[in-house]
Design a protein around this ligand. Structure first.
Ligand SMILES: Cc1cc2nc3c(=O)[nH]c(=O)nc-3n(C[C@H](O)[C@H](O)[C@H](O)COP(=O)(O)OP(=O)(O)OC[C@H]3O[C@@H](n4cnc5c(N)ncnc54)[C@H](O)[C@@H]3O)c2cc1C
Length: 458
């Protein structure tokens, strides 16, 4: 029977980093990808990666530390993140950033993003990143990638070690052996109505934007072998998508992190806009008919960032997704909210932030501990109807820092590894922007190394 040192399930960022890492260590690697192309949710993503102490930050005059990155991560995660995973991320994040650069991944800009005390959103073009890793793989004769090959089951040998996978190609089932380990890099379950219905019924009205293959396969297969799962109670959507957004046309804008406020159909604010967009989503769903708008002025509009997936408000305007009005009266008319209430909301907010005290919701910053809000006063005024999308699930099988999957008794399941969105425990109660792509790269490399080290040394 065909045998490899490492079999990887899934060709998103976690799987591709794992394939390159193990391949360059000399291991024989087979990556099985369910769909006809690589990329999963990775290529749909906004491309922010959370790293600290990088050359890009230094060039931008930003002082940062790994310690501060981890402190922010734990704060956003409500203190329930697995400390061993967070520590491992801290230990390997900078090295992984450099490794990605060495492997041709281009970081094109740096932005302030949700949950961080300083600008730490290192932006990649995710297609470019996957292509660049793929180019490396193609030069490694010991790494094979097969497309249209969904893995169906994980199988054990007589000693109880998971050492084979059963996959399907062209309607035919085949089995292949892994001498070192099997690495689940199959992503989350943002596209599984079955999983979402079971674990996140509160998100039934959220848009679904994620990789088509992300249906919880890895979690289901690991469950069969006793894997524990973490972070399921903290599933959340992401706020800031236009109701017409889809995977192909994301139509997303996070103007609230540049100074917009959020109002409901009554014209009232309902939340501190500087908190995580996951929590904003929860608050938005509780509004009458689940409808809300981001409202901003020209001062915020001037902070639009060309070609940025989250902050290109000019693109939203060109797509005619923004209401634009010369007066608040016109704007209230466009979005059908009572003018007096909207005026009062904005006037109270403006006074509050100018006095350094937002009396209703305590907003002091643009996002997390970063930036200062500006009053909404300079015409024209803008409104963007926004809703919640389920992008990524951030909850999944328990792993240790070496990527070994842990069973319900806290023991590693022999032969089984996991990395990326299929894993839980790392984010805890809240996802910090950039930490999911970061986690995929850092732990994809760590897990594959751990899985193959035994076989290639012997
Ligand atoms: C719109 C959007 C924006 C986002 N923005 C960001 C961001 O800016 N920063 C950030 O950190 N995170 C972001 N995320 C989340 C992030 O993109 C994902 O969490 C991350 O890319 C997951 O990487 P992965 O390699 O674990 O999984 P994926 O990239 O999803 O790859 C999993 C792969 O496994 C394959 N697969 C599934 N089942 C099987 C099977 N049975 N057999 C074989 N293959 C299988 C899938 O087809 C897929 O190709 C965003 C997500 C979305 C959808």
């Amino acid at each position: 029977m065909e045998t490899y040192d490492l079999i990887i399930l899934g060709g998103g960022l976690a799987g591709m980093c794992a394939a390159v890492e193990a391949g360059e260590l000399g291991a024989s690697v087979l990556l099985l990808e369910k769909l006809e192309e690589l990329g999963g949710s990775t290529v749909l993503s906004s491309g922010y990666m959370a790293f600290a102490e990088t050359d890009m930050q230094a060039d931008a005059g930003i002082t940062d530390s790994t310690k501060s990155l981890l402190e922010d991560m734990i704060e956003v995660g409500g203190g329930v993140n697995d400390p061993a995973l967070v520590a491992a991320y801290g230990q390997h994040q900078l090295e992984t950033y450099k490794w990605l650069v060495e492997h041709g991944v281009e970081f094109r800009a740096l932005e302030a993003v949700s949950g961080h005390s300083v600008p730490r959103g290192h932006i990649i073009d995710p297609h470019q990143a996957i292509q660049s890793l793929y180019r490396t793989v193609k030069k490694l004769p010991n790494v094979t990638i097969r497309f249209n090959t969904p893995v169906k089951r994980l199988l054990k040998n007589a000693e109880g070690r998971i050492d084979r996978v059963l996959y399907e190609f062209d309607g035919v089932k085949q089995t292949v052996i892994a001498a070192g380990g099997i690495l689940l890099a199959s992503g989350g379950f943002a596209k599984s109505e079955e999983f979402l219905g079971q674990f996140a019924p509160q998100l039934k009205d959220a848009l679904r934007i994620g990789g088509a293959g992300n249906q919880g396969d890895g979690i289901r297969m690991a469950w069969e072998h006793g894997a524990w799962v973490q972070d399921l109670p903290y599933l959340n959507g992401t706020y800031g998508f236009h109701p017409t957004a889809s995977g192909a046309v994301k139509s997303q804008g996070l103007a609230f992190y540049k100074g917009a406020i959020m109002v409901n159909q009554l014209g009232k604010r309902f939340v501190n806009e500087s908190i995580s967009y996951k929590l904003l989503g929860r608050a938005a769903f509780e509004q009458p008919e689940g409808i809300s708008y981001q409202v901003w002025d020209q001062t915020v509009m001037d902070k639009s960032v060309f070609d940025d997936p989250l902050y290109d408000f000019e693109l939203l305007r060109r797509r005619r997704l923004l209401y634009v009005a010369d007066t608040l009266e016109e704007l209230a008319d466009c979005i059908d909210v009572p003018l007096e209430v909207l005026e009062e909301t904005i006037s109270k907010y403006n006074q509050g932030i100018q006095n350094g005290e937002d009396p209703d919701f305590g907003r002091k910053t643009l996002t997390h501990n970063y930036g200062k809000p500006t009053p909404i006063e300079q015409a024209p005024f803008y409104a963007f109807e926004s809703t919640v999308a389920m992008l990524a699930t951030y909850a999944g099988v328990s792993v240790n820092p070496a990527g070994q999957v842990i069973n319900s008794f806290g023991e590693p399941i022999p032969g089984l590894y996991a990395a990326g969105e299929v894993t839980g425990g790392f984010h805890g109660a809240g996802y910090m922007t950039g930490s999911s792509l970061g986690k995929a790269a850092v732990f994809g490399r760590l897990a594959s190394k751990a899985a193959v080290v035994r076989t290639i040394v012997n």
